[in-house]
Design a protein around this ligand. Structure first.
Ligand SMILES: Cc1cc2nc3c(=O)[nH]c(=O)nc-3n(C[C@H](O)[C@H](O)[C@H](O)COP(=O)(O)OP(=O)(O)OC[C@H]3O[C@@H](n4cnc5c(N)ncnc54)[C@H](O)[C@@H]3O)c2cc1C
Length: 305
């Protein structure tokens, strides 16, 4: 059986596992490694979760015992520290080694906090994990003014979910045509903040480039995103200057038995922002199909999306 190690258990990684189980049953042995202990969850539902339109269990893509029932080996929570392409094995932070025949990198992205003073203050959050979403949800009831920063689409989705009970200040540019002004939602067309102000660890306000300050006790960054690929730096797997794994039309890296999918990878020259949830799922499934084709020696499909 060919051992397929999958780094990541979210949109791309989980779709790849499902496809491998469906298309490669009996011939492929998936092994899932993920930093998160919980079952994979839908980040695209964070806005509903924060507004209490959805409870936590609605976010999960499968039951907690899914992998055990499928007899799939998992390492969760576990963090990949390195990939040794020559020895075909992945090293975890605890120094244990996991061998592979094929590797699928679906390690996604994280929200990058700006390099300005004050981002460590209590009340400043990068919304890219369920743990952070839980913390933000607890704080929302105590926050009459919330500042949002990120891409226009992310800020719009969050403001629509959150504006009923509080004032929202969106700091993002450009303001989309679809934005409908509301007395509770103000769109401030600036690229971001220059400083986060407060006393000690307490957050009091954010300062904008134009000098204006906005009083707030909660700042949520939903972007920009950076790929989580630092563990690949010395591996010989090609990354672009921003750290995205470079893949070809078949989602294959420069190493024959290594594929990548979802928001961790890009095709050469592509300048897209973060991929949608659906695009990441589609790539995960496609990468698994292409890997199965490679092992079986049949031509693989090119990615269409
Ligand atoms: C706040 C927010 C709102 C969003 N809203 C929407 C929306 O409304 N609609 C939409 O279509 N999309 C939305 N997205 C985008 C969508 O969530 C992403 O496209 C999708 O999550 C990408 O999936 P992925 O599997 O590529 O990576 P991720 O979801 O980033 O998952 C990466 C996985 O890799 C694991 N991992 C990372 N590094 C390591 C390591 N070193 N070792 C082990 N495991 C590792 C992580 O634990 C995780 O399991 C949103 C994203 C965010 C952050």
């Amino acid at each position: 059986m060919a051992k397929v190690v999958i780094i990541g258990d979210s949109a791309a990684g989980f779709s790849a596992v499902q496809e491998l189980c469906a298309k490669g049953a009996g011939a492929f042995e998936p092994v899932v490694i993920s930093r998160q202990e919980q079952p994979p969850y839908k980040k695209s539902m964070f806005a509903d979760f924060l507004s209490r339109a959805a409870e936590e269990k609605a976010l999960f893509l499968c039951a907690a015992d899914f992998y055990a029932r499928q007899k799939i080996e998992t390492h969760k929570p576990a963090e990949v520290a390195r990939v040794d392409v020559k020895k075909q094995r992945v090293a975890l932070k605890d120094n244990s080694k996991i061998p592979y025949d094929y590797l699928l990198i679906a390690s996604g992205s994280q929200v990058k906090l700006p390099d300005i003073p004050g981002t460590g203050k209590d009340g400043v959050f990068a919304l890219d994990s369920l743990e952070r979403a839980r913390e933000i949800r607890l704080r929302l009831d105590l926050a009459p003014v919330v500042c949002l920063s990120g891409s226009a689409a992310e800020c719009l989705a969050l403001s629509r979910a959150l504006h009923k009970a509080r004032e929202i200040k969106i700091v993002s540019t450009p303001k989309p045509d679809s934005f409908v002004s509301d007395e509770r939602v103000e769109w401030i067309e600036e690229a971001g903040f220059t400083e986060i102000i407060g006393e000690g660890s307490e957050l009091k306000a954010v300062k904008l480039a134009g000098g204006k300050a906005i009083g707030t006790s909660l700042v949520i960054f939903s972007g920009p995103h950076a790929p989580r690929t630092a563990f690949l730096k010395e591996s010989g797997i090609r990354l672009d200057p921003e750290g995205y794994v470079l893949v070809d039309e078949r989602l294959r890296t420069n190493v024959e038995n290594i594929f990548s999918c979802g928001s961790a990878c890009r095709k050469e020259g592509a300048m897209e922002g973060i991929k949608s949830w659906e695009a990441a799922c589609a790539e995960g499934a496609q990468a698994a199909v292409n890997l199965v084709s490679l092992e079986r020696g049949v031509p693989s499909c090119q990615q269409t999306s």
